[in-house]
Design a protein around this ligand. Sequence first.
Ligand SMILES: NC(=O)c1ccc[n+]([C@@H]2O[C@H](COP(=O)([O-])OP(=O)(O)OC[C@H]3O[C@@H](n4cnc5c(N)ncnc54)[C@H](O)[C@@H]3O)[C@@H](O)[C@H]2O)c1
Length: 361
Amino acid sequence: VSVPAECTVVPVRGEHPYDVVVGHGLHDRLPGLVAGATTVMVLTDPKVSRLAEAVADTLRPDTSRVEVEVLAPGEQAKSLDTAAQLWDALGRVQLTRSDVVVSVGGGATTDVAGFVAATWLRGVRVVHLPTTLLAMVDAAIGGKTAINTAAGKNLVGAFHPPAGVLVDLDALNGLPDAEWVNGMAEVVKAGFIADPAILDLVEKDPTAASTARGAAARELVERAIRVKAEVVSRDLREAGLREVLNYGHTLGHAIEQVEHYQMPHGHAVSVGLVFAAALGREAGLLDADSAQRHAAILRSIGLPTAYRADAFPELREAMRVDKKSRGARQRFVILEGVGKPAILDDPAEELLDSAYAEVAG
Ligand SMILES: NC(=O)c1ccc[n+]([C@@H]2O[C@H](COP(=O)([O-])OP(=O)(O)OC[C@H]3O[C@@H](n4cnc5c(N)ncnc54)[C@H](O)[C@@H]3O)[C@@H](O)[C@H]2O)c1
């Protein structure tokens, strides 16, 4: 007999409010989110296609047509080819404005599913069931969707908030520890910009924080979700506040580019966090202990904190190009203290050099 599991509901406010529900076995929540649909298209990563089939089965009694499309694995799914195939598939099943797209997978799946839902008929409902830590605490929340094109990663996309996000912790059962740790970079980031309790949890038991099966897993997931939900509730379209979520990402993105996206996102962000902390310290804004805490915490859970010493000119150039493409000045998110993010505008080159010395390995 299955007892309804205890859920945590984190509301995301804004023009199109929705809930992020965290718990175990949340399939019973799905019918409510697809109410009114006669057709549901479930898009899934091959690693979790069994879960997607189970999800489809829970919808079948009340929905006339439920289709499951298994996408290419991981990042490969975020392509124009996949999007085009999915638009064809949606046309084939005649998915209408009152119908729903459901994603079951990691951030790549939630991104492409969100993008296809945003563009099909100029926007149909999408519900995300994220299955990696990164997707649970980051990609599935906030309404940013994207695919990759020849021009670069995530340059084509749309803002399209989901109708709901179901974070089923059971989905993490088969997740390799390496994928969990990759997502932990964003969790630790959330700790530094807004919720020091996350940092305390990791410091208390770094081994437990390094696996989805650790005792603190649920609390880490929930706390990081609250941080992201709060920020995007106040700023969906990156008018200002949302920029704090970029903490560690300016150098992180540059490293990803230099590595031709072969380095896991969380690893690049981890090095970027140590750099950003050093930048805050070098600018005289962050105390040395809080800066040092970044590397200690990230290292304790197996994330890298150093990158090639000779790479800085290349990284600097990548950051400049990134800046140009966003038409902004070079702005770095730094900390004035734990939980106190601020912006450092166009810092002097010497400051950037000495901050890089901190991660130069
Ligand atoms: N839209 C946003 O705001 C946002 C934010 C952060 C990241 N992203 C995007 O998210 C993507 C990264 O997310 P990701 O790390 O989840 O990547 P991913 O979707 O590629 O998943 C990582 C790997 O885990 C596998 N996998 C997924 N769920 C699993 C499970 N439960 N058990 C075992 N294996 C599983 C996948 O097959 C893949 O190999 C990037 O494309 C990034 O651009 C988007």
